[in-house]
Design a protein around this ligand. Structure first.
Ligand code: DHB
Length: 312
């Protein structure tokens, strides 16, 4: 059987299937329903310095091949997270845990990370959400600006030796410019893509189906966008790229890996089937066995070029 261990920065994972932030709670809620031990990692919902109730309803709507959400970073806040949730990631909690952090200022991101660093825990690292489309302050502001991305990454890098992943927004002209800033400032990896800004309209009430008018589109509808952006990042960067966007089965995951992803995240698919992640782990293993691929790394970025790209 193929060895599917991977390493990113100073972290190793038993496989390349991670559960995406905001779609799998803190991981603990699903431990009885899902065989979470099969997963490479889970990424927590975004934690902010203070607790947040999030945006008013309606904040989720289904769309063709996807969904739009505007949760507004609802979460328990860093203090409760550290006191009540972090200790639950003990030795019996099997998947590696990556904590996702969001904020509206540089200081807020840094204080949240430092608070988590100040206690002993088993977490493997951090994913930094610089790409939330649904808050009025911060969030995507960082992810659309190469200088802000560099500054924030540099500060966070100084505050932790753990794995540091910057989660990039697709709502930009050139995602590689932001990725390069993150890389140069010391990020171990980038993850892409976060949600694409979208809208859905109720023609009877003549209102948006989302309270904040716009939200973040996710699911299979965005897979082609994610693939293109992952491929561009893989081509432009030397650090690993973690692919996200519309992965519902092992074949989707292999598409991302061929496009250049070292690992992938399963998000929206979990809402339909919380076991999607573990099923994708098994599916990738069987793809590798069937195709007699003995080294997983032989698949990463091995997309064959048909013609020279005209869009760069
Ligand atoms: C939210 C955060 C995100 O990063 C995203 O892509 C979509 C929604 C939120 O909490 O509203």
């Amino acid at each position: 059987m193929t060895d599917i261990n991977i390493s990113i920065g100073n972290a190793t994972f038993k496989n390349q299937v991670f559960m995406a932030s905001g779609t799998f709670g803190y991981g603990i809620e699903l431990a009885d329903t899902v065989n979470i031990g099969l997963l490479g990692a889970i990424i927590t919902k975004s934690i902010t310095l203070l607790p947040r109730e999030g945006n008013p309803p309606p904040r989720i709507v289904e769309t063709l091949s996807g969904m739009i959400n505007s949760i507004g970073l609802a979460n328990v806040g860093s203090e409760t997270f550290v006191k009540e949730i972090l200790p639950q990631y003990d030795k019996s909690f099997l998947p590696k845990v990556i904590v996702n952090i969001a904020g509206s200022t540089e200081t807020e991101y840094c204080e949240t990370l430092k608070l988590i660093e100040s206690v002993s825990s088993n977490i493997i690292g951090y994913e930094i959400n610089i790409s939330c489309p649904n808050v009025s302050k911060g969030g995507m502001e960082f992810g659309i600006d190469a200088d802000l991305t560099a500054r924030l990454t540099e500060k966070l890098r100084k505050a932790t030796d753990r794995l540091l992943i910057m989660k990039l927004s697709p709502n930009v002209t050139d995602i590689t410019a932001i990725g390069k800033s993150a890389q140069e400032a010391g990020a171990d990896a980038v993850s892409a893509i976060n949600t694409v800004i979208g809208m859905s309209v109720d023609i009877n009430s003549r209102t948006s189906n989302i309270s904040t008018t716009y939200g973040g589109l996710s699911g299979p509808a965005i897979k082609p966008i994610g693939l293109a952006m992952v491929h561009k990042l893989f081509t432009a960067l030397s650090i690993p790229v973690i692919g996200i966007g519309g992965i519902v089965n092992a074949s989707d995951a292999v598409e991302y890996i061929l496009a250049g992803a070292t690992a992938i995240q399963v998000g929206t698919a979990s809402f339909r089937d919380p076991n999607s992640g573990p099923e994708i782990v098994v599916g990738i293993e069987s793809f590798l066995d069937t195709n007699k691929i003995s080294n997983f790394n032989d698949l990463i970025g091995r997309l064959k070029t048909r013609n020279k790209s005209v869009t760069g």
